[in-house]
Design a binder for this molecule. Sequence first.
Ligand code: COA
Length: 138
Amino acid sequence: MNASTTCLFREAVPSVEDYCQLRQLAGLSAKSREAAERGLPNTVFGVCAYQGSELVAMGRIIGDGGCHLQVVDIAVLPRLQGQGLGKAVMQRLGDWMQANLPPTAYVSLLADGEAHRLYAQYGFALTAPASLGMYRRF
Ligand SMILES: CC(C)(COP(=O)(O)OP(=O)(O)OC[C@H]1O[C@@H](n2cnc3c(N)ncnc32)[C@H](O)[C@@H]1OP(=O)(O)O)[C@@H](O)C(=O)NCCC(=O)NCCS
């Protein structure tokens, strides 16, 4: 079954409410409303999938638009996971990157759990052992 055929895809950034809710429902770490209000307008490119008015999948590219970018917020509503929506979002982000980024751009992401199997299908390779991802929370 492929849920992406029943969804409307928009090249857009979700509303603050939809964004915070889908992150939470998909099991990603919570973002405050204030953080989302500040961060979402700085999106370089975003994709949203809707069933009716319900946001069911999303993905964003953030960064400086030329040299360094990151794929973030890849999330699908649990009841629709495993039905092709994650791939449909990644396909659209990949198409945009292919068409818009200079060849020297570096696009990174952090893959939780087994999600690296998804990203590998869209050209992403493990950074290790040459480079190790690092992070800091505030
Ligand atoms: C990860 C996620 C976005 C994938 O979206 P999805 O709609 O469930 O996945 P799809 O149906 O499009 O298929 C994903 C592909 O990756 C593969 N894959 C393997 N293990 C996987 C896993 N644990 N999670 C996702 N994909 C996996 C699938 O087999 C599939 O490829 P295939 O069709 O060739 O078999 C979704 O499951 C999700 O929102 N998970 C919770 C939030 C999360 O972990 N986000 C990613 C943070 S890095």
